[in-house]
Design a protein around this ligand. Sequence first.
Ligand SMILES: C[S@@+](CC[C@H](N)C(=O)[O-])C[C@H]1O[C@@H](n2cnc3c(N)ncnc32)[C@H](O)[C@@H]1O
Length: 246
Amino acid sequence: MSQGERQPLHPASPAEDPPVRSSRVRHAPDAYFLRCWNPRDYTFDNYRRIDDRPYGGGPGMVMLAEPLLRCLADLRGTRAREGRPPLPVIYLSPQGQHFSQSRAQRLAASPGAILLCGRYEAIDQRFLDAEVDEEISMGDFVVSGGELPAMLLLDAVVRLLPGVLNHGESAEQDSFADGAPAQRLLDCPHYTRPEVLPPGLVGDVDPAVPAVLLSGNHRDIDQWRHARALEATCAKRPDLLVDLGS
Ligand SMILES: C[S@@+](CC[C@H](N)C(=O)[O-])C[C@H]1O[C@@H](n2cnc3c(N)ncnc32)[C@H](O)[C@@H]1O
């Protein structure tokens, strides 16, 4: 995955039709370049085997280091021949640092990354020790492969690239959008038409859009949004506010 190289998205195996293509990011095919590499293409046996039993016994299979090393060498060689800069290897792993909006912002500002998606029980540790620069986790749970975590990461990063969203500012308004502690708030509530919903449709909830949003006074609207964002953060994620005093 790399930014700003003005080449189209070319999804291929193993994520033949990745979910990123059905989201907003498909509207900016020139903004980024995604190429998928399959370690099975770097095996020499008839079964195109990329895993084997673990030394020491135990359940599950372990991804072989050698097909991964050949795959990575080919990837790096191809990029070098195309005049593209070297990229860090990020392993999607439940053992990594939790992914965050600020990590997405730093990735969006970088030339890109090689995303390593695991399968089975593990990847041979020698490959990880030799080649991985960083591990990123999508949370304290385990899914069966790194592809969905990679797609999540991609969607979060690509929507921050210039030209992907209709209104660039909408990404700036998102929850967590600014990494500065005092700005790390959840998004405020949003409303759209009609101004008043038909009676009875939303039970006890006020059917009218808050009047300030219809006032046209942008200073009042900004103040109202900031206050609601603070309220939402206090109510749902007070942990985000602990840094406010520093
Ligand atoms: C079944 S998991 C292996 C989990 C491994 N045995 C462990 O406990 O650390 C297979 C692959 O899914 C991916 N994966 C699973 N959970 C993940 C998470 N929370 N975040 C990122 N990647 C994850 C990783 O690429 C991992 O190599």
